[in-house]
Design a protein around this ligand. Structure first.
Ligand code: PLP
Length: 437
């Protein structure tokens, strides 16, 4: 019989700091919806109180109770250098001294655009925005506006931000117009969104047969990062390139997660598939809010003010985020060897989960690609028990089986070994309800 899980993470008593985390969370719930500004932060999936982040440093984050955790969330894939890198702070501080927001072009925008264009050879022009969601919205509008076509194809279980027409639900069946996954999105708003199974070439071909010349774009996460980690199918991505070319539809790679994650550049260039538009975000802002979409000049120049595809923003290209991005990309470029190292680290963690799960007769499927990994238990409650023990051991994995885990350049071998040890302990103890080891 399964024993009930009894403990939470360690509660460190430090004078008046006792349980500040819990108190703050209570207060957060008074003023913020569910105490958070983005749903996953509630830790609802794993059924324990969330960590509130007081600060981050390198591979670690610190809560308000004095606990620290090796962080595999990294702001959901943002902090590629780890937290609070000194050089990024220094350059960002210098920028701060010159003012925050001008509504005018600033030298740092040109510099960041240049660095990104040099790193991703097929980019000729970029537009910066403030989030991945905005990047995707801009890219889709550009595709629709360029060719005066309406329909877009996306794939089941992908996530491209929260624009209404991208919250279309997945499901079986070919080319059926889907219901939204969120209330507040009229069916009319998603009637041009076609959701297909990733990898289903036959369905793709049939949809193009039927709607071919009204399809503005196919949007895809080339490596899935929002339904756990989904390994790329290079053949399918090549098929997407061929079929979109044939029908003169655009291919949009949503590299909000994957841009600068596996190499200094895009995932696209590593497989030799050139999308028409690439969406970027997360890493390129060095921890500050950013998004970007980019492609060949003839296409990008269809954006206002040169073209009639409207897109604008008060904050886009602000000097502070541009400097944080520049400092980050410079450090990534100079430290490119670390990409291999963190892929190895990711493989070590994946293997340690695999081994310990097998040793304890637990069914856990692990997905790992480069420095991304995710895991799924056959029973959600097992994942929850596992998760709580890990947290009590100072390891912060994504609080859902559907989110990816990330490794940064700041993670050390000692971090990975500690994580492998904690994973082993957690898998041995998920039925014991113990967190005292
Ligand atoms: C692949 C992908 N596209 C778009 C987005 C949306 O980015 P943002 O949350 O910055 O709006 C995300 C967010 O996680 C993402 O993973």
């Amino acid at each position: 019989m399964r024993l009930m899980w009894l403990g939470g993470r360690k509660k460190v008593k430090k004078g008046n700091l006792i349980m500040q985390n819990a108190q703050l969370y209570k207060e957060a719930q008074k003023y913020l919806v569910a105490g958070v500004n983005s749903p996953v932060r509630t830790f609802n999936y794993v059924g324990c109180e969330p960590i509130l982040a007081k600060k981050g440093e390198g591979s670690r984050i610190y809560d308000y109770d004095g606990n620290n955790y090796i962080d595999y969330v990294l702001g959901y894939g943002v902090s590629m250098l780890g937290h609070a890198h000194r050089e990024v702070i220094a350059k960002t501080k210098t920028a701060l001294n010159s003012g925050f927001s001008f509504g005018l072009t600033n030298k740092s925008e040109i510099e960041l655009a240049k660095v990104i264009s040099e790193a991703i050879p097929f980019i000729e022009k970029i537009r910066f925005v403030n989030s991945g969601t905005e990047a995707v919205m801009g890219a889709v509008r550009l595709a629709r506006g360029s060719f005066k076509r309406n329909k877009i194809i996306k794939f089941k279980n992908s996530y491209h931000g929260h624009a209404d027409y991208l919250l279309a639900q997945a499901g079986s069946g070919l080319a059926r117009l889907k219901k939204s996954t969120s209330s507040g999105v009229p069916d009319d708003f998603i009637k041009h969104t076609i959701v297909l199974d990733y990898n289903d070439k036959e369905a793709l071909t049939r949809v193009f047969d039927i709607y071919g010349y009204d399809i503005a774009a196919v949007i895809v996460e080339p490596v899935g990062g929002n339904y756990g980690v989904i390994e790329p199918d290079i053949g399918f991505l090549q098929d997407l390139r061929l079929i979109t070319k044939k029908y003169k539809a655009l291919l949009i790679f949503d590299e909000v997660i994957t841009g600068f994650r596996f190499l200094f550049g895009s995932f696209a260039q590593s497989i030799g598939v050139e999308p028409d538009i690439i969406c970027l975000g997360k890493i390129i802002g060095g921890g500050l809010p950013i998004g970007a979409f980019a492609g060949k000049a003839f296409l990008m120049d269809k954006l206002a003010p040169l073209g009639d595809v409207y897109q604008a923003s008060t904050f886009a290209g602000g000097p502070i985020v541009m400097q944080a991005g520049l400092a980050t990309l410079e450090l990534l470029k100079n430290g490119q060897d670390a990409y291999k190292r963190i892929s190895r680290f990711s493989a070590i963690i994946a293997e340690s989960i695999r081994k310990s799960a097998a040793a304890n007769s637990l069914e856990v499927s692990i997905s790992q690609y480069g420095s991304l990994f995710s895991l799924r238990f056959s029973e959600r409650e097992d994942f929850c028990a596992f998760y709580k023990i890990l947290l009590s051991k100072g390891i912060f994995f994504a609080p859902s089986e559907f989110e990816a885990n990330f490794i940064s350049f700041a993670h050390s071998k000692a971090d990975i070994d500690a994580t492998a040890g904690a994973v082993k302990y957690a898998l041995e103890n998920i039925y014991q309800g113990s967190n005292n080891g």
